[in-house]
Design a protein around this ligand. Sequence first.
Ligand code: HEC
Length: 177
Amino acid sequence: MKKYAAILSAVVFIAVAAVAAYAAHPEQTTIIPFESILKHMPWAAGGDVRYHITVHMPYEKWAKWPGKGEKYAGKEPHGAFLTTYVNEVALDSINKSQGMSDSSIIVKENYESNKQLAAITVMYKVKGYNPDGNDWFWAKYDPQFNILAEGKVEACIKCHASVKDNDYIFTGKVTGK
Ligand code: HEC
């Protein structure tokens, strides 16, 4: 009997944990396409993207944006100096100039004029996530990788919408338009 009680309490525990996880993050239930799971891509959520870019596929080992080196001069609001990394899908998309493909990730380190790291900003394309905004997921982290903003962040979208024809990208031409 003891064994059954143990199994039952384990089942109850898992069920309660699942409900609690859903209650905490209901928005995460709809937004991961099956193909993305096959490609081991993260959920469109700040914590999962952080895990992906720091532990699973550390972004510092990725290619930099083609033609951009380390700590190149940037503009407001991001910072005086920027280093921008792209994953393989994003690099391929930039080279093809047909818009950014699903699963593209861009990670940009933003430095102050004294070259201190101030923030990390990320754009991650997730098929079906936000069709009105070309399916970009947006995130901003502090230098310790605490989440400062995530999701369909209005401020990010509003400003980047000025380059909507270029798939919301400022740094280089990524579409044929
Ligand atoms: C007021 C305008 C503005 C706002 C707000 C803004 N950005 Fe940007 N963003 C830019 C500009 C301009 C660049 C090009 C880099 C540069 O020169 O600073 C850029 C570049 C980027 C890039 C590199 C890819 C690209 O588009 O060139 C990422 C990633 C990025 N921003 C993420 C974000 C995130 C995440 C937010 C919101 C937390 C955000 N941005 C808010 C203007 C903005």
